[in-house]
Design a protein around this ligand. Sequence first.
Ligand code: G3P
Ligand code: MG
Length: 286
Amino acid sequence: NGFAKLIDSGKVSDASRRPVRCRVHPIRTHQNKGFRIMTNRSLPAWPYPRTFAHRGAGKLAPENTLVAFRHGASFGYGAFEFDVKLSADGKSFLLHDATLERTTGGSGRADALTLGELAQLDAGSWHGPAFAGETLPTLASIFRYLRANGFAANVEIKPTPGREWQTGAAVALDVKALAQGMAVTPLLSSFSETALEAARLVAPELPRALLLDALPADWLERLQRLDCLALDANHRELSAEIVAKAHAAGYRVLCYTPNEPERARQLLDWGVDSVITDAVDRIPPQ
Ligand code: G3P
Ligand code: MG
């Protein structure tokens, strides 16, 4: 794949896949004697655009449907975040919620229906009559669109409760197969560390980002444990210091979902590597 090719060509460090070796350096401060962890992990390459459209580009069009992607592309966006889970028969498809009510004409758990049953649902009318008849895309159909247009993907693994491991493994295997020959290897992300662990097991070469809504004290250790390429944080949790700390430790940073141009500019100025936004009409793609 593209990421592996870049690494094989020697143009990019393979730091995201190397185990991190740590040295403990004693440091002295005015207040006390302490220790800090120094790592020799260099900052890995970041082949992604600096702006991703969120849920396809799912504010002005129904989220996680093909028409939302087309909408984002019409504003010049070339990178897309979207949510993926499994049907009852284990097929990867796009949907944010664990249940069907909010964004389709169906009801109940999304993983209670087979892909054939899900395909019958209207995933557009909830947004407005102009989108009536829009369907829930399969992961394969979205990749057909991304590949044909040379677009980049951030695949958020969004398991229904209880199916974290299975979803992480299945989606990673699907992405691995679908991403063959793509210029930019898709980035996997998840709030579920179990799903990321499973993805790492079956497709270690696919880069991973850990989604964190609130930053726990051990966020850096979590990134290390899952051998992630990036921290993917709620933008409200970030500061210039946290971005610098992540970079110094060898991790890229992306964040969701700044929707004000000023705020997006500030985050990018701090060195955030990519922002994921709904406001494709107001935040220019970069
Ligand atoms: O992947 C970033 C963002 O999409 C995470 O939150 O709830 O919109 O999937 P959510
Ligand atoms: Mg998402």
